[in-house]
Design a protein around this ligand. Sequence first.
Ligand code: GLC
Length: 578
Amino acid sequence: MDGGTAAPVAPAGGSAAAATGAAGPTPPADDPQWWRSAVIYQIYPRSFADGNGDGVGDLAGVRQHLPYLADLGVDAIWFTPWYASPLADGGYDVADYRSIHPAFGDLHEAEALISEALALGIRTIIDIVPNHVSDRHRWFQEALAAGPGSPERERFWFRPGRGVHRDEMPTSWPSNFSGDTWTRTTNADGTPGEWYLHLFSPQQPDLNWNHPDVRREHEDILRFWFDRGVAGVRIDSAALLVKDPALPEIPEHPAAGEHPNQDRDELHEIYRSWRTLADAYPGTRVLVGEIWLPDIERFALYLRPDELHTAFNFDFLARPWDADALRASIDETLAAHAPVHAPSTWVLSNHDVTRAVTRYGREDSSFAFAKKRKGTPTDLALGRRRARAAALLTSALPGSLYIYQGDELGLPEVEDLPDELREDPMHERSGGVDPGRDGCRVPLPWRGTTPPFGFSPEDASAAPWLPQPADWGDLSVQAQQSDPSSMLWLYRQALRIRRAEPALGDGPLTWLASPAGVLAFARGAAFVSVTNLSGAPVALPEHQAILLSSSPLVGGLLPPDSTAWLRTQRPTAGHLTT
Ligand code: GLC
């Protein structure tokens, strides 16, 4: 580019433009490759919509709003855990995998939901939490009752403590939440007993994956849900399941596969057997890993053709709003996925991290658990502008896309929740230093100008389980759906174009020459995405039409913190025109 003028658009690897016509309401039901380009909407059931008026979201609420999701244009929904659970960690402490939490509904409703969604062209993905169970799970209760040395305890990690009095933890592994990873039990006679391992909270004892019962049980759980029509599973903490049975301390610089509780080589054999199980079902049932690993090559090993289908790409959301950092993340991600022929995924936020609008409004817009602190100065207008640009950028990248509920409304993190209402164990276990994750889990605003903003019905008997900010009326679905400048409108348009555009989703990407601070790439021969992260307006490459832009052009230039999607050749029958 010359003074902000784009270089000519380079052809992008000759990807054929199959004629698809305009966006259809329903994705093809029998496409075995659906997951390679899918748009997946994450539902946090407690906070999506409350059908029965008890202030807690439920499956009835989701069923009522399935048309909303179809209209938004998503291909699948992923539910964070919906099972029976004491909710010590928002449901990631599962007491019974084969029943639905009574506050959410029952199994019959889950089955109805899966079919109703499918009738609208939406597949259902559920969450499987294999690393740990709830301390109320039958197995753990049996293990406590059976006492030291019993076979029931072998399904977990029970160990005597160290030291003469056995009062020191068996290892000093750090917790993924703050605090300890071992809790001491009390024997039947009241004396202090063995310790048990929990990488998360004490209410989430880790399972022993060397035990055949644990493996068998999880394969049964997969079958239970695949038999009920789920299209896939999101595997929680997928790189943590296996531990070194010798329980050594963590080396200062562990070599690949040497960490005692992360990324152990034995994990691959487990996922190969899950893949065989999934592949035996008709339709493509997908395995999606939640894998936080700094080594992207080790990460990609989980995506070999006989293991998981995809894994969340957290690297991108951990990067700051900076062109070089994001471009490096995109390049490294695509390069790591190519050898295993897996599509990458793009994720701007989820139920564990600060909402994108808030994160991008901060001076340090990268994400790290350790950096979550109360009272960080935030420019929400800037954050919203960047989140809009990021939504178009990620929607145009190769692979599948995840949207966390409420991001399509541009909801910010709710930072002023009263401490006594915070439920996330991260808050309490950090001694209140970390605000925890409640701020991204506040119930959605659907309509009206006062809480509960249609989250619960008019005659609700209780207020939403977490309070909604009084000014969320402007962010409600109702307020946004007829406003062309809204975030919801932008997402709907983007997903509509994405579905109709043959070159989007899985496939090749070609970078275009661009000035510093600008990310410009072509998808196919006729589509270009340009994101301006520089501080000044830039000229767009030569184009036939602007398909969509995250902020209005100013004097024909793309302003800072904006993305534009361009039609760069005369439209053919296979391209959406605007
Ligand atoms: C995953 C979940 C998170 C949960 C943790 C323990 O990271 O996304 O919400 O707290 O696992 O299950």
